[in-house]
Design a protein around this ligand. Structure first.
Ligand code: COA
Length: 330
């Protein structure tokens, strides 16, 4: 069995910062209400009412205005850091729920931007997408793929109904990428859990051409349960307890969901990775953004056990126990 490790990483965020004060110009709300209910102060957006000039349209423009350009920028940084050439990558997986177009997959333009020709596909498991992608990439590496560039990238600003005050403040845009490489032995992925309950589609969805519709309280309740149950399953499979976890890297949907899940798992606040205050919910990008922020702030050390856990529309959920290995030379 070939194991996996992460040898490079990178992020990309659009330039436009949208504060809660900005949001108050759209509908009746306040910075205090948004922060208290979600833990969010600001988010970055590539499209939407605060982006000037108007959002780019097909074909996707340069800059960080699309899911594809954000993904390519994050992916380029991950390859650069790992010192890996595009021709050494066997597959690009772009995890996204907001692709720039219906056909083809977003990963095609990302592969082109990066000079990769060996294979590319999209993966949509909503906000659980990155963890689904990490498990998929690890499986493909075990099957001989050697190096998989895994990217979570979103322009949720495009799927947001900016007139809906019950959820428009939650979402943001961005991308995070990791290079997943083969290593001898067990590697970093110690255990994982994936799940879906497709009967819950009506809780959170967006139809073609219209914005997101969400039953917030029900999503909240189920998100806490799904995160805790999935994390517990992964821990059991890894034969570890919560005390072995150095850092919890949850999907960044809402700080109250994160805190409720952490409290049920008996994880103290200092062992939680969070960027939600300045990114909002970036769906597939949120776990890599939180993970990379923690790495770059010296919160992740060689040998640490990380617990990744996400949930999203579908509903989907996913978790993984990852034993961090510092890449050579770091
Ligand atoms: N500003 C001010 N007041 C608002 C508001 C806003 N933006 N949006 C709704 N309200 C009002 C409501 O009208 C309601 O008023 P009422 O009591 O007079 O009827 C009140 O605030 C409470 O609304 P409610 O929907 O019960 O709020 P909540 O505590 O459930 O918080 C969410 C709303 C969206 C923050 C919360 O449900 C949530 O975080 N859900 C999970 C969302 C999520 O993470 N989704 C992504 C999953 S991947």
């Amino acid at each position: 069995m070939t194991g996996v490790t992460i040898t490079g990483w990178g992020t990309a965020l659009p330039e436009q910062v949208v504060t809660n004060e900005d949001i108050t110009t759209l509908f009746d709300t306040s910075d205090e209400w948004i922060f208290e209910r979600s833990g969010i102060r600001s988010r970055r957006t590539a499209t939407g009412p605060f982006v000037k000039p108007p959002p780019p349209v097909d074909p996707p423009a340069n800059g960080l205005g699309t899911t594809g350009t954000l993904a390519a920028e994050a992916g380029r940084k991950a390859l650069e850091m790992a010192g890996v050439a595009p021709e050494q990558v066997r597959l690009v997986i772009v995890c996204t729920t907001t692709p720039d177009q219906l056909i083809p997959a977003n990963s095609a333009s990302v592969a082109a931007a990066l000079g990769i020709r060996s294979g590319a596909m999209d993966l949509n498991a909503a906000c659980a997408g990155f963890t689904y992608g990490l498990v998929t990439a690890s499986g493909l590496v075990a099957a001989g793929a050697e190096r998989v560039l895994l990217i979570g990238a979103e322009t949720l600003s495009r799927a947001t109904n900016w007139n809906d005050r019950t959820n428009a403040f939650l979402f943001g845009d961005g991308a995070g990428a990791v290079l997943v490489e083969a290593v001898p032995g067990e590697g970093s992925l110690l255990a994982w859990d994936l799940g879906v309950d497709g009967n819950l589609v009506p809780l959170l969805y967006a139809q073609h051409g219209s914005g997101m519709v969400m039953r917030g309280q029900e999503v909240f309740r189920r998100a806490v349960l799904a995160t805790v149950d999935s994390a517990t399953a992964s821990l059991e499979r890894a034969k570890l307890t919560i005390d072995d976890i150095a850092l919890f890297v949850p999907h960044q949907a809402n700080i109250r969901i994160i805190e409720a899940a952490a409290s049920r798992l008996k994880l103290p606040p200092e062992r939680i990775a969070s960027v939600i205050q300045r990114t909002g919910n970036t769906s597939s990008a949120s776990i890599p953004l939180a993970l990379i922020d923690a790495i770059e702030n010296g919160r992740v050390h060689d040998g640490d056990h990380l617990l990744l856990a996400g949930f999203g529309a579908g509903m989907t959920w996913a978790s993984a126990v990852w034993r961090w290995q510092d890449p050579p030379g770091r």
